[in-house]
Design a protein around this ligand. Structure first.
Ligand SMILES: C[S@@+](CC[C@H](N)C(=O)[O-])C[C@H]1O[C@@H](n2cnc3c(N)ncnc32)[C@H](O)[C@@H]1O
Length: 263
């Protein structure tokens, strides 16, 4: 398994928790709308620090079941217990348990895979007939839009997108998700897309940017994509600037597995 970001980076937990804080409420809203309720069986694929799996466990209660799987379970293992169990697996190498779950979810996973379709099909097979599959991935199309215009922001974002393009990573994966869900045989596919407004904060900065750019900074500098002055200017902008920008577009799409398992 190869991964464009570094799971061993010292602040990776903080980066994943920031993602969870930004996006868990939207995920919960979608899953609640789909009827998530006590007794449901849920699967979170590429569960990260487990924010979504914990929310699922609260909703399904002791009569339900939540399985959180990830290739790296160091943040998940302490959460195991009650309805929530944890399994370490590389989903590109092993199939998920089949025909079992009322709800199968992944967020920010498929965009990282060189071949997302087989994993998506494995997720669809993991759902029970009639069960829901929810896939959330981002599309970086919105991140250049800032006001007032900023050459520092533009340079650092261009460098970031250039580094991500080395892959395996599809920075425009979000827009493809609804089509891929239909191609995987899901019915009643619906889509929602949200780009969060981002502003500077003199104390906290803008953690969503800081935690990503800090991780990638050595790579961006070594490749000559930015220099220290660019990074300082970017940092100042998101700490002290009077700036409004937008997070990447989070595309959430969901659909239902056919009632007949072989449909
Ligand atoms: C960006 S994080 C997203 C975490 C979480 N889904 C969230 O949105 O907060 C991607 C997660 O996918 C996991 N992952 C990446 N490739 C994987 C694979 N082949 N099999 C299982 N997990 C994988 C990583 O370990 C990481 O925890």
């Amino acid at each position: 398994m190869s991964y464009v970001l570094d799971p061993a980076w010292h602040a990776e937990r903080a980066r994943l928790e920031n993602i969870s804080a930004l996006y868990d409420p939207g995920t919960a809203e979608i899953c609640d709308r789909l009827g998530l309720a006590p007794g449901w069986r849920c699967l979170d694929v590429g569960a990260g620090t487990g924010g979504v799996a914990e929310r699922f466990a609260e909703r399904v209660g002791p009569a339900g079941e939540v399985l959180a799987v990830d290739a790296d379970t160091r943040f998940l293992e302490p959460l195991a217990g009650g309805a929530l169990s944890v399994r370490r697996m590389d989903v590109t190498a092993e199939p998920l348990p089949g025909n079992r779950f009322d709800l199968v979810h992944s967020r920010l996973l498929l965009e990282h895979l060189a071949s997302p379709e087989p994993v998506l099909r494995s997720m669809v097979r993991a759902a029970r007939p009639g069960g829901w599959v929810v896939v959330e991935d981002i599309d970086w199309t919105t991140v250049r839009a800032v006001d007032p215009p900023s050459p520092a922001h533009d340079r650092v974002v261009t460098a970031l997108l250039t580094a991500l393009a080395v892959g395996p990573y599809d920075q425009n994966f979000g827009r493809k998700v609804p089509r891929l869900l239909r191609a995987a045989g899901l019915r009643d596919v619906q889509v929602r897309a949200v780009s969060l407004p981002l502003t500077a904060d003199p104390v906290a900065g803008q953690p969503a940017w800081d935690l990503l750019i800090d991780q990638l900074a050595p790579r961006l500098l070594a490749a000559g994509l930015v220099d220290e002055d660019d990074l300082d200017a970017f940092h100042r902008l998101w700490h002290d600037g009077d700036i409004l920008g937008f997070g990447p577009l989070m595309v959430s799409a969901w659909g239902r597995r056919a009632e007949s398992a072989d449909a």
